[in-house]
Structure formats: C-alpha cells, structure tokens
Design a protein around this ligand. Structure first.
Ligand code: B12
Length: 312
C-alpha cells in the first residue's frame, strides 16, 4: 500500500498541515503512525479525502493522482466522447485524466465504466466494423483500459475484515477481459472484497474456486460463446453444484434473452449500475442475517429473479 505524509496531503488539498493533522487525530482522515510518531495517510484514503473536497484549488496531481480539470463536475457525455477519441489515439495520459477526473468529481465507478469506458468501446467496435479504426487500435485500447482499471484499485479502498467476498470471471472460450475487471472494481467500491479470476475459465475450475474461497457472490461475465449448446450444458451442471448460499449473478452481451430463459441464476444485470444496486441490497441483507431477508424484488433495478431454480 502507498502512503503520503500530512504535508503532501495538505499541499494537495490546499489546506494547512495542522488542519490535516487535526482531522487525522479526529479520525476524519484515516491514518497510521510511523515508529517515529509521524502520521501517514494511505493513498486511497488521501484520494477519497480529495474526492470529497469541493475546493477548486485541490491539486491531486501532487500526490501522483491525475489532475482534476475545472471546478464543476465534468459531463458524462462529453467525457465519453473525449475518452473515445483518446482511446483511438492511444493517449493513455488523457484517458487516465478523464476517468480520474470523474472519480474525483464523485462519479461512481459503475457509471464511469458503463457510460464512459464501455460506451467508448462500443464506439470502437462500430468504427472497427466500418474500417475507421484498425485492430491494433482496439487492442491497444484494451491494454490501456486494463491498466487504468488496475490503477483505479490504488485509489478505491479495499474493504476489510468481515466484508462479504465476491469472485467471478468469464467462461471458457470467452476472451473478454474488461467486463470482469470492471465488475471487480465496482464491487470493491461498494464494500465487497472482490477478485476477478480472469477470462476463459472452464466451469470445473470455477467450481473449485467457489469451493475453496467460499464467496457470498459469484459473477459470470459472458461476452462470447463458441458453442451455445455446450455452454448451456456446462453451465447447468455448474449451477447445480454451486452451494445454495452462493448468490450467482450473470451479465454480458452474449447472454441473450433466449439463452437466459434456459439458465438458472440469482440475478441478471444488463450493466454495472444495476449490479451496484443489487450488490448494495444483498450486502445489507447479509450484514443483518437475523432480519427478514431482502428479496431480489426489493432492488430498484429491473433484475430478473431466478427462474425455476433447481435449488429453490
Ligand atoms: C475489445 C474487443 C475484442 C477483444 C477483447 C480483448 C480483451 N482482452 O478483452 C478481442 C480481440 C478478444 C475481440 C475478438 C473478437 N471480436 Co470483439 N470486440 C471488442 C470490443 C471493441 C469491445 C469489447 C469490450 O470489452 N467492451 C467493454 C465492455 C465493458 O462492455 P460490454 O461488453 O458491453 O459490457 C457491459 C455489459 O454487458 C455489462 N456486463 C458485461 N459483463 C457483465 C457481467 C456482470 C456480472 C454484470 C453485472 C454486467 C456485465 O457491463 C458492461 C459495462 O457496461 C467490442 C465492441 C463492443 N460493442 O463492445 C467488439 C465486438 C464484441 N467484437 C466483435 C467481433 C466480431 C469479434 C471477433 C469475431 C473478430 C474476429 N473476426 O476475430 C473476435 C471474436 C473472438 C472470440 N473468440 O470472441 C463484434 C461482435 C459482433 C456480434 N454480433 O457478436 C463486436 C460487437 C464489434 C463489432 N461491432 O462488430 N474483440
């Protein structure tokens, strides 16, 4: 974990060091003390502090966090257009600034991923189809976004201790890495300990992981299916063996209505903002096990409940 001093944070926040020290001592900014008695603030706590600040003079770049441009909140639509252009040009620094700007302006990772990054990739796909973008630009863009998602974990605090656990990935034959990495990040920001296991994972290995890790939530992201019949068969056998207490959430562009009608799952989400709502409700019900369960129907999103589950 990276730490910053109270002096560094004070400069970045545009306030006095004594104020930062006082807020640390009052617990308003989580901090630790070195053996020599100096307060240190983790980079994620420092970023969270800057993120809450409405002061236009905040200079996050002093902590190595990309610059927040302008005082007002950036528009999502404009950010999505700019992100697409920067992605096509392979301008990593601009891509980084756009997403971190939105983060510092308080936009949740779910919205940034859905409305900016995924949106830009839909544009990349469309442009590639019309020969307006080259394959190398798409691959470069993917690598760049995976890098940004990994950097985002440095500034989004990891939930600790008793936080519920979630794991997931993409099935065998599905090479799409971005959606599962995004799910990991969104759950992390919503107080889950989440781990994406990656892509192209056979169902047997996913079952092994569930058995060993015992998560409360398992997600499957499905963007590409080679053979639908084989996928459905593998999934059915998989789902039958998933322990009843593990909530299975599925998503991804390859899960058409027709396919989903033949599958069992706890919830299907079209996007990460729906997942966020669902995970919030689920987390609340897990943290109060004695109280009447929060049903999936209570989520304010168009989640589809389990259909004729063999475990019901
Ligand atoms: C990048 C990319 C690739 C890369 C991926 C690299 C990587 N390392 O990940 C690679 C090189 C693998 C690739 C290959 C191919 N691709 Co491609 N690819 C894309 C592209 C441009 C972006 C995909 C992406 O990551 N998007 C970003 C994600 C985050 O967005 P998303 O998938 O919409 O996910 C959102 C939701 O679905 C949801 N979600 C997703 N999963 C989950 C899971 C859960 C639990 C939840 C809650 C939500 C959720 O949330 C996400 C955020 O909103 C798309 C264009 C597009 N429209 O997306 C084409 C696209 C999908 N590809 C396409 C094609 C044709 C191919 C190839 C066949 C090309 C070829 N001729 O070789 C191959 C297929 C290979 C294969 N075996 O799959 C077509 C598919 C057309 C179709 N009708 O199926 C597309 C649509 C491009 C196009 N317009 O033609 N591709």
């Amino acid at each position: 974990m990276q730490f910053v001093s109270t002096r560094q944070l004070a400069r970045a926040a545009g306030v006095s060091e004594s104020s930062v020290k006082r807020w640390c001592d009052q617990g308003l900014i989580p901090s630790v003390k070195t053996a020599g008695g100096h307060r240190r603030v983790s980079l994620d706590a420092a970023t969270e502090f800057l993120r809450r600040s409405t002061d236009p003079h905040v200079r996050p770049e002093l902590l190595g966090v990309p610059i927040r441009r302008g005082a007002g909140p950036p528009s999502i639509k404009r950010a999505a257009d700019e992100f697409f252009e920067a992605l096509a040009a392979g301008d990593e620094e601009l891509c980084r600034r756009i997403v971190f700007d939105l983060h510092l302006a308080g936009e949740p990772a779910s919205k940034i991923c859905d409305a900016v990054v995924a949106e830009a990739f839909h544009g990349v796909g469309a442009a590639w189809e019309c020969d307006q973008l080259q394959v190398y630009q798409e691959r470069r863009g993917c690598g760049l976004c995976l890098q940004l998602l990994s950097e985002a974990k440095l500034v989004i605090p990891e939930a600790k201790g008793e936080a519920p656990l979630a794991i997931g990935g993409t099935p065998q034959g599905d090479p799409y890495e971005l959606p599962t990495a995004m799910v990991e990040l969104v759950l992390r920001q919503n107080g889950w300990r989440s781990r994406s296991l990656g892509s192209r994972l056979p169902f047997e290995t996913l079952l092994k992981a569930i058995d060993e890790v015992r998560p409360q939530l398992f997600w499957l992201s499905v963007s590409h299916i080679d053979d639908e019949a084989a996928f459905l068969d593998g999934y059915r056998q998989f789902f039958q063996q998933v322990p009843a207490e593990v909530v299975t959430v599925v998503g991804g562009r390859a899960l058409t209505d027709g396919l989903r009608r033949q599958m069992n799952f706890a919830a299907h989400c079209d996007n990460l903002q729906q997942l966020e709502k669902f995970a919030e409700v689920l987390k609340r019900s897990l943290s109060r096990p004695g109280e009447p369960g929060v049903t999936l129907a209570a989520a304010e999103t168009p989640l589809r409940p389990r259909r004729g589950s063999s475990r019901a």
